[in-house]
Design a protein around this ligand. Sequence first.
Ligand code: URA
Ligand code: SF4
Length: 197
Amino acid sequence: MSQKLQVIKQEVIGCEKCDLCKTRTNSVPGKGNFKSNVIFVGEAPGRNEDKNGEPFVGVAGKKLSAALDEAGVSREDVYITNIVKCRPPNNRVPTSTERETCQEYLKQEIAIIKPKIICVLGNTAFNSLLGGSEITKFRGKLVLKENQLYFLTVHPAATIYNQELIKVLNKDILKLFHLITELKNNKKVKIDIDYTS
Ligand code: URA
Ligand code: SF4
């Protein structure tokens, strides 16, 4: 792992900057390949993640892994993290204060990894990173903001009781890696939403 990411990981593990530190079992730093072309950003750790200290290791994580598998991508090849690094009690949505307090870590993860695309998983990440809402309307789209590309899709947890959304997630992840291949080959990609214009 990159030295700088290792430093952030240790900071997250010991972080007491917001009240979520009081109720967590373990902080959950981002995990994965620091050379990844893509960072997946979820909402917050759930019960399993809080227990293990690793992101997306519960049922939602299985859905994400399955979608990656279908696209022929190994979890080891990508980097996975969350908007907030500690579990909110009863899995409530993290407050804006908690998100703002935690955002420095994500900013640093992005600055170090410099992903070609940030994959936004669900409404909380969509709202925190791009001020958006109604992810089901905007999923599948490629967004440009301040020189960074974002790809929008549904949260893997939303697919747990919804077979239709599993297909949507799998299809989106396939498109995501297709876009990454195009970018690696210096091909032009179609930007659906441009926040800079
Ligand atoms: N849901 C998330 O948003 N993040 C995780 O790490 C696990 C479940
Ligand atoms: Fe620190 Fe983020 Fe955990 Fe709050 S959620 S204690 S800011 S690591």
